[in-house]
Design a protein around this ligand. Structure first.
Ligand SMILES: [Zn+2]
Length: 292
């Protein structure tokens, strides 16, 4: 009987405890509801932030057509489509385009844009698809005479390594984007200084426009880096040095506009805004050189 009484007492205590527990839980839930209201109302939602600018060569990476000051005299420039010389088609892009076709198309676009500048007289170094030996281009530019000879090329460097594009089967290299400007320090010091100055001003103006300079990671033994980022001096073995950098009697440089094996960069160089920004950078650089 005593045992029965203990069971009854235990059951009663269990009932009381469970009742209190349920009420407490209910209170806690109610409390939570009560407290959550003001927190939600006080939440400060930050305004939407503008997306950071895309980094070159991604689409929509910002480019600027830098303004060119008006020079005190008119200037003559040859814009040359690199390669397109006998047995010299140049590289093959990630889209399997021969370099000589890219340079011809780009030359024509840049010539057309620069011809709209009143202070520039512009000629194409390779006026048609017909193959044209480099000595002929050099002679024509010297006869005119041009103030500057700018040969357009694209580069094809491995950077971090090569791969094969899954669709085109042509080579891809992603680790070395950017432009480079090449010159020769061989010969008459006055002419060398004019070449260097032209190369440096083109690089400065291209960077100002938003084109990044190539690091030179693959240039060991071929070119030395200049003090100006993106500018390199020809260091090929003497018999392999680039004729169009060392022979013309007028200042001549090569602009490697981009890496043809980088799919994004190659795509950007087919866009009118890229050509607009590049043409403006060249115009500004030519004025910089003429006025210095
Ligand atoms: Zn080339």
């Amino acid at each position: 009987m005593r045992k029965f009484g203990a069971v009854i007492v235990s059951l009663f205590l269990l009932y009381v405890l469970s009742y209190v527990g349920v009420r407490s839980l209910d209170g806690a839930i109610t409390g939570m509801r009560f407290h959550r209201g003001p927190h939600v109302e006080n939440l400060v939602v930050p305004p939407p932030q503008p997306a950071p600018p895309a980094i070159w060569p991604l689409p929509n990476a910002p480019l600027t057509a830098v303004p060119a000051p008006t020079p005190s005299r008119s200037l003559r420039v040859v814009i040359d489509a690199g390669h397109g010389a006998p047995e010299n088609p140049g590289n093959t892009s990630v889209f399997c385009e021969p370099e000589q076709e890219f340079t011809l198309r780009t030359q024509d676009e840049i010539v057309r844009r620069l011809q709209s500048r009143s202070f520039l007289e512009v000629r194409a170094g390779r006026p048609s698809k017909a193959l044209l030996p480099y000595p002929d281009r050099k002679d024509a530019a010297e006869r005119w005479p041009a103030d500057a000879f700018i040969s357009l090329h694209s580069d094809a460097r491995a950077g971090d390594g090569w791969a094969v594009h899954p669709e085109t089967r042509c080579y891809v290299g992603l680790g070395a984007p950017g432009f480079s400007v090449l010159y020769s320090d061989e010969g008459d010091p006055v002419l060398v200084e004019r070449r260097r100055r032209l190369a440096q001003r083109i690089a400065v103006r291209m960077e100002e426009a938003g084109f990044p300079a190539y690091s030179g990671i693959d240039y060991g033994g071929l070119y030395d880096a200049d003090a100006q980022a993106g500018v390199f001096v020809d260091r090929h073995a003497p018999k392999k040095r680039i004729m169009m950098l060392r022979r013309p009697k007028i200042p001549s440089v090569i602009v490697e506009t981009h890496q043809a094996v980088d799919p994004e960069e190659a795509a950007r160089w087919n866009e009118p805004r890229t050509l607009d920004a590049f043409a403006a950078a060249l115009a500004a650089a030519l004025v910089d050189v003429a006025e210095s």
